[in-house]
Design a protein around this ligand. Structure first.
Ligand SMILES: Nc1nc2c(ncn2[C@@H]2O[C@H](COP(=O)(O)OP(=O)(O)OP(=O)(O)O)[C@@H](O)[C@H]2O)c(=O)[nH]1
Ligand SMILES: [Mg+2]
Length: 504
C-alpha cells in the first residue's frame, strides 16, 4: 500500500507547493491493526504473564466510571487517527526548519497509526489565538480536508482548549495537537505498570481543561466567567456544567490516587538504585532524541535484546543492563525514553522519575542520529531536557550514531562543533570498541589505592575487588592473593585488615 504524504516545499502564505515524502512500512503495518486511543489493553502486544497481571492492575486504575467514560470518549478526542492532514504554523527559523518539524509530526502521526494525506504550513508571526492558523487558512484547510477525505487534522503545537474547539468548528473534523499525539503514542507503547500509570496521569492532566459536556464548549457554558465557578446556583447552572464539574472532581481524585501509586512504584526502583549506588557500581545513561538508536547501541554494548524499532518512542521503560569496560570494570547502562522537541510538559513531569536515571548517572552517553537532517537541533532539545531534570553537571559523551547512513559532510560538521564526540554505527559496529574504551576512561575511578594480601578463603572479597574496583595487579602467593587495586571507600574499609604489613 502506498500513499502520498506531502508537505509544502517552500514559501509563505498562499504558496502551497506540495512535495511527496516517503511513507514508512511501519505506518502500513499499523494500519492493518485497529490502533485506538485508549488505556485499553492491546492484546497483540501481550508478552508474558507478568505483563498480563500488570495490565489487569492498570485496567482497574484507569477505569473511570461509566458515566465519565462517556465523556472521555467524546472529550478525550479518541485518537482513532486514520486519515490525517497535518498543519503547522511557521513562526521562526528557515523554511527547512519548518519542514523538518512537519516531517517529524508526520513520523509521529505514522507511529500513532495514522495515514498522512497532506501537510500544510502557514507563515505567521504567532499562532492565531482563536483558530491556531488564520481564519482564511482555516477555510482553505477545510477544503483540503474535504478533498483528501481526511477525518482528522493534526496541529504541530500545543493548542489551547479554545483553539482546538474553534478550529474544529471550521474544519468540521476532529482536531488534535502534537501533545495529544505524543500522549497517544506513549499510551500505545508504555509497557510497565509504572509507565502506563505515568502516561494515564499525563493524559488526565491534558484532558482536564479540555472537558466538554454535550459537545459544547466549556467556555460557552461558563459564559466566559472563569473556570469552575458555579456561583449562580441551580437556575444558572446547566446540566452540562454540573456534569463537567463532577467529572473534573472525579478526575482530580483519580489523579491524586494515581500520583500516590506512582510514588509507591517509584520506591521499588529507588531501592534498586540505592543498592547499585551502595555497591558503587558506576552508571551510564544513554540519552538522546527518539529514534537516534539508543536501544540499538545498548544492544551493541551489552548484547541485551532490547526492542529496536523504526518508530518514535519504541522505548518507554528504562532498561538497565550490566556492562563491562575493556579493563574489566562493571558498570550499569540504562536505556532511556527518547526525547522529542516540544515534549509535552505533562510528560516531562510524569516521566521525571524515569529521567532521574539520567540525572543520577556518572556519565551520559548522548546519542544523536547523524543521518537526520538537523542533528544539531536534536542535540539542543535533548540538552534542554537534561538541564530540566537537573543533570546538566553530569559528564557527557556525544555519540554520533548511524555513521553508515550519514552524510560525511554533516558528520564533519558535527565533530567540529562537538568537542567530546565520536562516530559510531550501532548497525555495523563501527566505533563501538572505541566507545567502550572511552566509557572506561570517563567513568569515575575508585578513590582508594591499596595493596592487600587476601587469604584463599576470602575468594568473595577478591571477586568484589574485581567487580567493584579496578585491579592494578594480581599475584597468587603462598599466603593468598596479593592484590593491588583501586577501590571505593566502603570496600577499602573492609580490605584494610588485609594490608600486607598488618598480616606480615
Ligand atoms: N543505518 C543505521 N540505522 C540504525 C543505526 N542504529 C539504529 N538504527 C535504526 O534506527 C532505528 C531506531 O533505533 P532504536 O535503537 O530503536 O532507537 P531509539 O533511540 O532506542 O528509539 P526510541 O526508543 O524510539 O526513542 C531502527 O530502525 C534502527 O534499526 C545505525 O547505526 N545505522
Ligand atoms: Mg529505544
Amino acid at each position: 500500500m502506498t500513499f502520498s504524504s506531502s508537505l509544502p516545499q517552500n514559501g509563505g502564505p498562499g504558496h502551497e507547493d506540495r512535495r511527496p515524502t516517503e511513507s514508512t512500512r511501519r505506518a502500513d503495518a499499523l494500519m492493518e491493526e485497529d490502533v485506538a486511543w485508549s488505556h485499553e489493553i492491546d492484546g497483540e502486544r501481550d508478552g508474558d504473564q507478568f505483563d498480563r497481571s500488570e495490565r489487569a492492575a492498570l485496567r482497574r486504575v484507569a477505569g473511570l466510571s461509566t458515566e465519565l467514560e462517556d465523556v472521555t470518549e467524546v472529550e478525550y478526542r479518541q485518537l482513532r487517527l486514520e486519515r490525517v492532514v497535518l498543519v503547522g504554523v511557521w513562526t521562526s527559523g528557515t523554511s527547512q526548519d519548518a519542514e523538518n518539524s512537519l516531517s517529524e509530526l508526520a513520523a509521529l502521526a505514522e507511529t500513532a497509526g495514522a495515514l498522512v494525506l497532506d501537510g500544510v504550513i502557514q507563515r505567521r508571526d504567532k499562532p492565531d489565538p482563536a483558530t491556531y492558523i488564520g481564519s482564511g487558512k482555516a477555510q482553505e484547510l477545510r477544503d483540503i480536508v474535504l478533498e483528501s477525505g481526511a477525518d482528522t487534522v493534526v496541529c504541530d503545537g500545543e493548542l489551547s482548549p479554545g483553539q482546538l474547539i474553534h478550529l474544529e468548528d471550521v474544519v468540521k473534523v476532529k482536531v488534535v495537537d502534537r501533545t495529544a499525539l505524543i500522549l497517544d503514542i506513549f499510551a500505545q507503547h508504555a509497557k510497565s505498570r509504572e509507565g502506563k500509570a505515568q502516561v494515564a496521569l499525563a493524559q488526565m492532566q491534558y484532558m482536564l481543561p479540555r472537558l466538554r459536556g454535550w459537545g459544547q464548549s466549556l467556555s460557552r457554558q461558563m459564559g466566559g466567567g472563569g473556570s469552575g465557578s458555579a456561583g449562580g446556583g441551580m437556575a444558572t447552572r446547566g446540566p452540562g456544567e454540573t456534569k463537567i464539574e463532577t467529572d473534573r472532581r472525579r478526575i482530580r481524585e483519580k489523579m491524586a490516587k494515581m500520583r500516590r501509586e506512582i510514588a509507591e512504584m517509584k520506591t521499588g526502583r529507588e531501592i534498586k538504585r540505592q543498592e547499585r549506588r551502595r555497591h558503587k557500581v558506576p552508571s551510564v545513561a544513554i540519552a538522546g532524541y527518539t529514534n537516534a538508536g539508543k536501544s540499538s547501541l545498548l544492544n551493541r554494548l551489552t548484547g541485551a535484546g532490547v526492542l529496536v524499532e523504526n518508530a518514535l518512542f519504541a522505548t518507554l521503560d528504562p532498561t538497565v543492563r550490566k556492562a563491562e569496560t575493556p579493563s574489566g570494570r562493571l558498570y550499569t547502562l540504562a536505556d532511556t525514553v527518547g526525547f522529542v522537541r516540544h515534549l509535552p510538559h505533562h510528560l516531562v513531569e510524569a516521566f521525571r522519575s524515569t529521567m532521574e536515571e539520567v540525572g543520577d548517572a556518572d556519565l551520559i552517553v548522548h546519542v544523536v542520529d547523524g543521518s537526520h537532517p538537523a542533528p544539531e537541533e536534536q542535540l539542543a532539545s535533548v540538552r534542554e531536557v537534561i538541564r530540566d531534570v537537573g543533570a546538566a553537571d553530569v559528564p557527557e559523551i556525544v555519540v554520533v550514531n548511524k555513521a553508515d547512513a550519514a552524510d560525511p559532510l554533516v558528520l564533519q560538521r558535527l565533530l567540529r562543533a562537538e568537542k567530546h564526540a565520536m562516530l559510531v554505527s550501532a548497525r555495523t559496529g563501527q566505533g563501538i570498541e572505541e566507545l567502550k574504551a572511552l566509557i572506561d576512561d570517563e567513568l569515575p575511578r575508585p578513590s582508594v589505592e591499596l595493596e592487600v594480601l587476601l587469604p584463599y578463603t576470602k575468594g568473595k572479597l577478591v571477586s568484589r575487588v574485581h567487580n567493584e574496583g579496578e585491579v592494578l595487579s594480581e599475584e597468587h602467593t603462598g599466603n593468598g592473593t596479593l592484590l593491588k587495586a583501586r577501590v571505593h571507600e566502603e570496600l577499602a574499609a573492609e580490605l584494610r585488615a588485609y594490608e600486607p604489613h598488618v598480616i606480615a
